[in-house]
Unconditional design. Structure first.
Length: 436
C-alpha cells in the first residue's frame, strides 16, 4: 500500500454512536478502512499519521460521522426508470451522506427471483457511487399468495425480504414464510398495518381529516397489524423488522415484544419524525405519504421512542413519484416522497430543536441499521469500513427541489428553510461527493 491510498481527516468533531460521544480529533483511512481514530489530546499520534497519508483533509471543526445506512430506498429499476435510476439515486444518496442503500423490491416487475435480483445488483454496481444492498420480495409478485425462493435469493445477495406496503393478508402464508425465513436466517421486513382498515386512507382519522373531508385510517390499524405480526413472530422465532412505527398506540406492543426477548427491531421515517397531519393543509400532495402523517402527539411519542432506543432506525423511505401522479386530487394522488438528500438536514431539525443529540441520531441513522443488516459499517472504529459523512450542522439554506439529484422532485420540504449541509461523503475511503 502506498501513501496515496490513505487519507487523514483532521480537526473534526467525531460523532461516535457506539460510545455516545462527540470528540474533536482525527481519523486515518487506509485501504478503505479506518486504521486509527485519534482524539485531539494525542497530538503526537496525529503528527505521526500525517506522513503516512497521501491526502490530508482539514475538517475545519465540522462534524464527521459514520455514513448513513438507509433501509427502504425505492429505486425504480426495473420498470420505471423515468422516476429514479440507480445512477440518480446513487448521486442523491452521496449528496445526502447516505453511504449504503438497502433497496426495496416494489419495482415493475417485483424483485422476486434470483434473475431479477442479479440484474438489479449488476445495474447498481455499474451506476451508483454508494453501496447498494437489494432486498427481495417475500411473496411472488408481492401478491401474498406464495412465498419466494428465500434461500436462492439469499444466495443471490438479498439482504432482507419484504412485500413493502403490500401487507401479507393470509396469516398462514405469512407464518410459513416466517418459519422458512428462520431456517435460512433471513430478515423479514414488514409494514405493520391492518389492510382492511387502512385501504383507501389518505389521512389519519381525527378532527383534521373530518374537516378536510379526507378518507382516514385510525392509528389502531397500525397497532392491530403489529399485534398480529408479533404473535406470528412469537410462534415462529423469525428475525423481524417493522419498517415504520408512526403512532403512540403501537409502542406498548413493541416494548412488550422486546422485553419478551423476540428478535424484533423497528424503524420510523424521517417524515413522521419531522412533519404532522397539519402539514397537509391546502391538500398539498407532496405531503401525502404512507402511512399518512400523524398527529403532533404521535410525532412526539415517536421522537421519544427513538431517544430511548425503543425505535431502532430512522430511514428516508425514499419513494419517487412523477409529477403526473402527484398533481391530482389528494385522495387520488400517489403516496411517497423523495428523501435521500433531505434525510440528514431534516434529521438535524431534531438536533437543533433539542429533541435528539447527534450520537442518538446517528445510532438510528447508521449504527443500528448496519447492525440489523449484519454490516461492519455504521461506526467510527478501527477496522470498520471508511464510509463517512462530513457535514456542517449549522449551515442554513432554502431547499429547491429542482436542484435535487433525484429524477423525481416530490419532496415536502420544497421551499423550506433547513439547517445542515453535507460537505463530503466517503465510501470505502474514496470521496464520492464534495460540496461545491
Amino acid at each position: 500500500m502506498t501513501a496515496t491510498d490513505s487519507t487523514l481527516i483532521t480537526n473534526a468533531q467525531m460523532i461516535d454512536p457506539e460510545a455516545g460521544t462527540v470528540t474533536r480529533g482525527s481519523i486515518l483511512i487506509e485501504a478503505g478502512r479506518i486504521s486509527r481514530v485519534t482524539p485531539d489530546d494525542m497530538q503526537g499520534a496525529v503528527a505521526e499519521d500525517a506522513p503516512r497519508a497521501g491526502r490530508v483533509v482539514n475538517a475545519g471543526g465540522k462534524f464527521l460521522a459514520p455514513g448513513i445506512v438507509d433501509i427502504g430506498v425505492k429505486v425504480c429499476e426495473p420498470g420505471e426508470r423515468h422516476k429514479e435510476s440507480f445512477r440518480s439515486a446513487g448521486l442523491a444518496a452521496a449528496a445526502g451522506g447516505v453511504t449504503t442503500m438497502a433497496t426495496r423490491p416494489d419495482t415493475l416487475p417485483a424483485i422476486d427471483s434470483p434473475e431479477v435480483l442479479e440484474f438489479t445488483r449488476r445495474r447498481a454496481n455499474e451506476a451508483a457511487p454508494v453501496n447498494v444492498l437489494p432486498m427481495a420480495a417475500l411473496t411472488k409478485g408481492r401478491e401474498g399468495r406464495e412465498m419466494t425462493e428465500i434461500g436462492f435469493l439469499m444466495d443471490a445477495g438479498a439482504v432482507a425480504f419484504t412485500d413493502c406496503d403490500h401487507v401479507v393478508q393470509s396469516t398462514k402464508v405469512f407464518a410459513r414464510a416466517m418459519t422458512y425465513a428462520r431456517a435460512c436466517g433471513a430478515l423479514i421486513i414488514a409494514h405493520p398495518q391492518e389492510p382492511g382498515l387502512s385501504a383507501g386512507a389518505a389521512a389519519t382519522s381525527g378532527k383534521f381529516a373530518s374537516l378536510y373531508g379526507l378518507p382516514a385510517v385510525t392509528p389502531m390499524a397500525e397497532r392491530m397489524g403489529l399485534d398480529r405480526d408479533i404473535a406470528l413472530l412469537e410462534m415462529t422465532g423469525a428475525r423481524y423488522h417493522a419498517d415504520q412505527i408512526t403512532t403512540a398506540r403501537a409502542l406498548p406492543a413493541l416494548s412488550r415484544a422486546k422485553r419478551n426477548g423476540l428478535d424484533i427491531t423497528a424503524g420510523t421515517s424521517i417524515h413522521h419524525l419531522t412533519l404532522n397531519e397539519l402539514d397537509v393543509s391546502g391538500y398539498r400532495t407532496f405531503f401525502k405519504v404512507k402511512p399518512p402523517l400523524r398527529s403532533e402527539e404521535d410525532r412526539q411519542a415517536i421522537i421519544e421512542a427513538v431517544r430511548s432506543g425503543l425505535i431502532d432506525t430512522i430511514s428516508s423511505m425514499h419513494t419517487p413519484q412523477d409529477e403526473e401522479s402527484k398533481r391530482l386530487p389528494f385522495e387520488e394522488a400517489a403516496s411517497g416522497a423523495v428523501a435521500l438528500e433531505t434525510l440528514l438536514p431534516a434529521a438535524l431539525r431534531l438536533y437543533h430543536s433539542g429533541d435528539l443529540d447527534l450520537p442518538t441520531l446517528f445510532r438510528a441513522l447508521a449504527l443500528n441499521p448496519a447492525k440489523r443488516l449484519g454490516l461492519a459499517s455504521g461506526r467510527l472504529a478501527v477496522g470498520a469500513p471508511a464510509d463517512l459523512v462530513l457535514f456542517d450542522a449549522h449551515k442554513p439554506f432554502v431547499l429547491d427541489r429542482f436542484k435535487l439529484n433525484s429524477k423525481s422532485k416530490n419532496t415536502p420540504f420544497d421551499g423550506a428553510r433547513m439547517q445542515g449541509r453535507v460537505l463530503a461523503t466517503y465510501v470505502a475511503g474514496a470521496r464520492v461527493y464534495e460540496a461545491e
